[in-house]
Design a binder for this molecule. Structure first.
Ligand SMILES: [Zn+2]
Length: 179
């Protein structure tokens, strides 16, 4: 039987507010905070960052997010597009060495009609896949276990990014930085 795969149905954060704006956008807010580990930001480049999904489809489910607040893909400059794409390459590589998946699904949810949960700030989902895997969340529904799993995943993925060429690690509580 073919497996249905729809990570875009997962809401990253449950929110009541109907019209979030820049001041109210976690993808803008989290990078401004001091503690990247606490906020699950695992890597940063000049124009983008990598955030672990709080409601993962699978272990290692991350989002690669341009720094700039826009929901319009056409709005990204060449420089931003290239930087975002390079950070995706690094993300596949880091997840590959940290978690040894059999493959990946990766994609953008553009617009509310596509199921984007924070529709006005672009984010590319990257989900590691294993042969025969099932959705991680229903399998592990204990919140404490998920929080611990996220912390452990953060450590492994952080180490894998830190091993890459061109990586700078300010300290273990800060994201790995690529110039
Ligand atoms: Zn934003």
């Amino acid at each position: 039987m073919e497996q249905v795969f729809a990570p875009w149905r997962i809401e990253w954060i449950k929110r009541d507010k109907e019209t979030p704006d820049v001041d109210d956008c976690v993808f803008c807010e989290f990078p401004e905070r001091d503690d990247d580990r606490e906020n699950r930001i695992v890597a940063r480049s000049e124009h983008a960052f990598v955030l672990l999904n709080n409601y993962p489809y699978n272990p290692g489910h991350v989002m690669v997010i341009p720094n700039r607040h826009t929901g319009d893909y056409a709005d990204l400059s060449d420089e931003e597009l290239l930087d975002h794409a390079r950070l995706k390459q690094r993300t596949f590589d880091a997840l590959e060495s940290a978690l040894q998946p059999d493959g990946f699904n990766a994609g953008l949810n553009l617009g509310e009609g596509a199921g984007g949960s924070i529709g006005d700030h672009l984010h590319t989902h990257v989900v590691p896949r294993w042969q025969g895997d099932t959705n991680f969340m229903p399998v592990i529904s204990d919140t404490t276990v998920i929080v611990e799993a996220l912390a452990e995943t953060y450590t492994h993925v952080h180490e894998a990014f830190a091993d890459q060429e061109g990586a700078t690690v300010p300290n273990s509580d800060r994201a790995v930085v690529f110039e």
